[in-house]
Structure formats: C-alpha cells, structure tokens
Design a protein around this ligand. Structure first.
Ligand code: BGC
Length: 447
C-alpha cells in the first residue's frame, strides 16, 4: 500500500486497484462459497442464494404457438407477440417498448399493475383487438418471486430501486389478472409467470439444447440453470423426477470481499444489506460506485472540480452508459462531466471507470464458473450460457474480462464455455415456458 494514499493521485489509485481486485484466490473462494450457499438454498436452509423453484422444465424445441408477452424489467416495459414455430425458432413481432416512468417505481401496487394493464390494453386496442379477444399471456416479472406454480407467485422483495407498497408478499400474477379485469380484459389468461433469467434460458435452450445457464447483466443481475429435481431438497416430496429451472437470485449473494465504496453505496440504498453482489456488478450501481470514488478524489483535491461539477453532485447521475462512454473516450474526464481536465486527470478518471467495470465483469465470470462447476465439476461437456443485458452487450471490455476470469479458473477447458447473446430472450422465453405449460406431477404449492 502506498503511504500517500489520500495525498497523491498515484497512492490513491494504487489503493483503489487493491480494493477493486478480484484475485485468483478471491475467485476460488467465491466459487466455494457459491456452492455452499447453493446447497443451503436448495435444502431450504437460510442462504443468501434463494434458489427459487420456477415450475418450468427444459424446452424441447417443439413448442408452438402465438402468445402475448408482457415484460417488466428494471427500466423498461415491453409488450408484444411471440411466435414459436415448433422448430426452435421464435420471434417477437409488433413490440411496443416504453421506458418505465420513474414515479411508477415507488407507486402503489394497484397503480403499477393498472399501468401495465393500460399498456396491454393500448397495445391490443392499437391493433383493433377488442375485449372479446382472448389469448395466453406470458408475464415476465424481473424480481424475486416465490412461485407456488407456473402461474402464481409472491414477490419476496423489491430490487433495483423499486419501493412501491402493496406488492411484496402478494401474488403478482393475481395482481395483473385483477388489473386486466379492471380494464375489461378478463379474457386474457396469464399462462406463465417467469423471471427474466428464466425467459433468457428458455429462449436459449429452445434454439440450442446445449444451453444450460441463463444470465442477466443489465440494470440488475441474476442467473438460473436446469437443476435435477432430486437435488432440490426443499421440494423433494412434491415434485416428479426431471429437471426444473431454478432461479438463483444471485444478485443477493453476500459472501464477498467488499470495499469501503461498496459499504458507502449500500448504506444509502432502499434495500441496504441486500443484493450485495448486484451492487458490485449491475448497471444500476456501477456508475454510482465510480461517482463516489471520483467525488472523494475531488473532495481531497486529487482531481479538479471541473466546470460542470453539478453533473457529478447528484447520486446516480453517473450512469453505466456514461461510464462506458468514459472507458471508450480519449477524454474520460469530459465524458463523466469534468470539463477542461488535464490529461493526467483524465487518465485517472479512465482508470477508475475501468477498475469498477473490470471487477464487475470478473465477479460475473466467477459466479458463472460457480454455477457451471456445480453441475459439471470437471467440465466434461461444453456449456452455452444464454446472456442478455446492456453491460454484456455494450460495455467495452466486459465480455473479455468475464472470459479472462473463466480462463484463470478453468485453464484451457474454459474454451468449452460459450456465451450466447439472446436479445429479447426474457420475453420470447416466457412464451416458450407458457407454451410448455405446467408439467404433470409438479403440483401447486409443492415446494
Ligand atoms: C432481480 C432478479 C432479476 C435481475 C435481472 C434483480 O434485481 O432480483 O429477479 O432477474 O435483477 O433483471
């Protein structure tokens, strides 16, 4: 550690490199801790990994149909129709995308679900489909849900900055059904309630049977995978043999080496103490971590205030998009809002942004390694990871840093792991899950 940590930029940055390092040892520890938490979660014991049964099995690729999809993510709502051709090909047609109004994130459950039902009504009305029109709707709800069947489940708690009252503990499919009925759309049947990771995995494995892990790296982060039902101890008595997708809710994993910036960030969130891995990886938080570091360097005089300091003064003003722009830019300081900075200061800002993002990608890589080695300890087969999310898709260097982590952990065998971007997988895959339908022997409330 450099003695001048708070007094010279080199010392500060050198300490930062240590704080944001994910060493090989750290990664090995994470993999071991993941396995322990997975085991406990599957057994129904207290664990930071909830390991939620989803009642969705493995697609065959032959599922067919035309279904309505409603996809509530962290920042967007999408409505559309998914067409499954029964030969592993699926497409989304006539999609209506909108950014979720900020006030909806804290609105009451009734307001949120009325808003969603309005969007559905508007979508159908725009196509001249009156209230006699009936169709199955696959509902993607990207939050932790304790499912009791394929079509029902209670929200465990909000994540990603949502705080609206009256939803936690409630059956979100029932709330949607009631809101659709209030709009006179009671003929629409909620045919599946699906997490976005589950949709992504189902869409990936519908097209490619080698696909066995679904990951989201966007506003939030999470993963799911196919688990043998005999290993889901908490549902052993109620579920027939086979494979079920387990929604890990890995964003809540907490057996990690955190640094003072993580602690500072966590304290000010609406869900302090929870979603600790998500707060180190996902797009909602990466900019904020960098903003806290940059703000501190400014406060102690190691970076100039710039002429547009206000751009950095507001919590969450520095978004992951701007962080990505800074990493790409020849003027990283300007990209985050510090105008007129000297090149040396720009280089420091660039380094901060890269450190925060590289740690996120390496943690995501270690978490993927943990899930793959849980099912296939010696990497005897190839694996395809279905992934969606803006960090994975767009953040410069993110994929490369994830791959590098896998290479460090698995050596040459890492070449057998493929990343497959599945755009819109959350919606398309929800339709696949709905088309698969409930499996006999996986009764409601059996987990
Ligand atoms: C939620 C997960 C979701 C993930 C990605 C997390 O905050 O808890 O359910 O899959 O974000 O959207």
């Amino acid at each position: 550690m450099n003695g001048c940590a708070d007094h010279c930029p080199e010392g500060f940055l050198s300490r930062l490199r240590d704080e944001f390092l994910v060493s090989w040892d750290d990664a090995r520890t994470i993999v071991g801790n993941f396995h322990e938490e997975m085991r406990r979660g599957l057994a129904g014991q207290p664990s930071s990994l909830r390991m939620l049964p989803t009642f969705a099995g493995r697609p065959r690729g032959t599922e067919q149909g035309r279904l309505l999809i409603l996809d509530l993510g962290g920042t967007n709502v999408r409505i559309g129709e998914a067409v499954l051709d029964g030969k592993g090909r699926a497409e989304l047609t006539s999609v209506d995308r909108s950014v979720l109004p900020r006030e909806i994130m804290s609105a009451s459950g009734t307001e949120l679900f009325d808003f969603l039902a309005d969007r559905v009504d508007h979508f159908l009305g725009g196509r001249g489909l009156d209230d006699r029109w009936c169709r199955d709707l696959a509902f993607t709800f990207s939050f932790p849900v304790e499912q009791s069947s394929l079509v029902s489940g209670r929200l465990v708690n909000w994540t990603k900055g949502f705080t609206g009252p009256g939803v936690a503990g409630e059956d979100v499919a029932a709330l949607l059904r009631a809101a659709l009925a209030r709009r006179g759309r009671e003929r629409i049947r909620v045919a599946a309630l699906v997490n976005d990771t589950v949709g992504t995995l189902a869409a990936g494995s519908y097209a490619d049977p080698a696909c066995d892990l679904g990951v989201i790296l966007g506003t939030g982060t999470n993963a799911c995978y196919f688990e043998r039902t005999d290993r889901i101890e908490k549902c052993r008595d109620g579920v027939a043999a086979g494979e079920m997708i387990v929604n890990m809710e890995w964003g809540n994993f907490n057996r990690l080496r955190t640094n003072p910036w993580d602690e500072l960030l966590d304290r000010t969130t609406s869900n302090a103490g929870r979603q600790r891995l998500e707060k180190m990886i996902s797009g909602m938080y990466l900019g904020e971590l960098a903003r806290l570091v940059i703000g501190k360097m400014m406060a102690v005089g190691l970076l100039p205030q710039g002429t547009n300091h206000a751009a950095l003064a507001t919590p969450y003003a520095l978004t992951a998009e701007r962080l990505a722009a800074a990493v790409r830019s020849t003027d990283p300081a300007g990209a985050v809002g510090i105008e007129g900075a000297a090149p040396v200061d720009g280089a420091a800002v660039g380094q901060i942004c890269r450190l925060v993002a590289a740690r996120a990608a390496r943690l995501a890589g270690a978490a993927i390694a943990a899930v793959i080695s849980w099912r296939d300890e010696d990497l005897e087969t190839g694996h395809v990871v279905a992934i969606d999310g803006s960090l994975f898709e767009k953040f410069p260097g993110f994929q490369e840093n994830m791959r590098e982590m896998l290479r460090e952990l698995f050596g040459p065998r890492a070449a057998g792991i493929q990343f497959q971007l599945i755009p819109d997988g959350s919606g398309i895959g929800a339709a696949v899950v709905a088309a698969m339908g409930a499996r006999t022997g996986w009764g409601a409330g059996s987990c």
